[in-house]
Design a protein around this ligand. Structure first.
Ligand code: GTP
Ligand code: MG
Length: 404
């Protein structure tokens, strides 16, 4: 099942052993009977999704899961099944009703390994009574997480659940576009080719964004086309702090900008602003491991109509095949949803578009999903620089930050 991937919606998985009251917990939190409850272990057989507004988070989708301690199921299969549900959630709630068993430990280990923040909810406090405090201590000490206690049956203890979940959700704080690497008085040269692909009569958002941020820093923005760059660099009489160019012109620009001047591309700036530049750079090196028959996924954030010489569907595949000499299979997915596991089957490398229609939260979530599945993920800007042999040069301004 595809999940809509709006950046603002948070996915919360409810996990735990059979019969601890996961479905009851979901129903109590929603305030409706959306998931079937019974005293027979193994009642929930497939994940149940329910979207709601949860104060103070906003829109969330709760995912009630089947109890993962199915009898007769091998440990490895069990972990695999859990992973299939968990790879795309933002956080998890581990529901328990007794002292931790090896099963709870296994889930906690998996959540930690997948870097999914979670909290423990002790359910059935109505029958556990004094034992709750003892359990709380055990879970706090063993798992190092926040521990709440509720009674799903009596619908008690739910006032603080929303706030507790809110506190563990990743925030994906905005990072500055350029503000942190440009100081007042610095000169920043922006190279903007005006070719057929440039929109009529205006600049594109990354260029406008860069100019604005340079000006906000009381620095100087100088905008030139690639043809005039060398002429300007020779006469400027001042060493630029940074040159930022459109990726398309990088080969020409590299030869026109002296080695001691820092140079990057708008795509790299965007990658850092919207995504995880470090993971993109680490992942792009996997290009060298691509072999005949390997699948490379081209992932686009929107479904635009491809241009004739489309960058993601034509140019990058061509460059990659030339570079690796391998007979690669390209699988294109487009849209606001992260692909299903079936589509990701066998994928050795994901190459994402710039993600101009995705916000940082969406993009970071995609990165986290790829990481959890151990799939390297890079993006257009990074792979283009890499395949043109200029990656080291264009990431240098951000090297301290990405350290790979
Ligand atoms: N006393 C008490 N019983 C509860 C509470 N919450 C759930 N139960 C009971 O525990 C049993 C299991 O509840 P479910 O919500 O179906 O448990 P589950 O974890 O979803 O179980 P599976 O789907 O089989 O994995 C039912 O009989 C519930 O009525 C609670 O807070 N107190
Ligand atoms: Mg259930």
């Amino acid at each position: 099942m595809k999940l809509p991937d709006a950046g603002f919606r948070k996915y919360i998985a409810i996990v735990g052993r059979r019969n601890v009251g996961k479905s009851s917990f979901m129903n109590a939190l929603v305030g409706q009977d959306v998931s079937i409850v019974s005293d027979i272990a193994g009642t929930t057989t497939d994940p149940v999704f329910k979207s709601m507004e949860l104060y103070p988070i906003g829109p969330v989708t709760l995912v009630d899961t089947p109890g993962l301690d199915d009898v007769g199921e091998l440990g490895r299969l069990r972990v695999e099944r859990a992973r299939r549900v968990l790879y795309r959630v933002d956080c998890a709630i581990l529901v328990v009703d007794d002292v931790p068993t090896p099963y709870e430990q296994e889930v906690a280990n998996l959540l930690k390994e997948m870097e999914i923040p979670f909290l423990v909810v002790i359910n059935k406090q109505d029958i556990l009574k004094e034992k709750v405090d003892q359990l709380r201590k055990i879970y706090e000490e063993n798992f190092g997480t926040k521990v709440l206690s509720v009674s799903a049956l009596k619908r008690a203890g739910f006032d603080t659940v929303g706030k507790a979940i809110h506190e563990i959700l990743p925030t994906d704080e905005e990072i500055p576009y350029l503000g942190d690497i440009v100081d007042s008085g610095d000169l920043v040269v922006l190279v903007v080719p005006i070719d057929l692909e440039a929109p009529k009569g205006r600049l594109i958002m990354p260029q406008v964004h860069a100019i604005r941020e340079v000006l906000d820093r009381e620095a100087i923005a100088l905008v030139v086309k690639e043809r005039e760059l060398r002429y300007v660099m020779e006469r400027i009489g001042m060493k630029p702090k940074l040159v930022i160019t459109d990726s398309q012109a990088i080969m020409k620009v590299v030869s026109d900008v002296p080695e001691d001047v820092e140079l990057t591309t708008f795509s790299i700036v965007e990658s850092r602003y919207r995504g995880d530049l470090r993971y993109f750079v680490e992942s792009v090196r996997k290009v060298e491991e691509l072999r005949d028959g390997d699948v490379v996924m081209i992932m686009e954030g929107c479904s635009h109509r491809p241009l004739t010489e489309d960058i993601g569907r034509v140019k990058i595949p061509r460059w990659l095949v030339n570079h690796t000499g391998a007979d690669l299979e390209f699988r294109v997915v487009a849209g606001k949803e992260f692909p299903d596991l079936e589509e990701l089957e066998g994928v050795k490398l994901i190459i994402h578009c710039g993600g101009c229609v995705l916000n940082r939260a969406s993009m970071m979530r995609r990165v986290r999903m790829a990481r959890r599945l151990n799939i390297p993920m890079t993006n257009y800007g990074v792979v283009i620089s890499y395949l043109h042999g200029v990656l080291e040069r264009v990431i240098k301004p951000f090297m301290e930050e990405i350290r790979v």
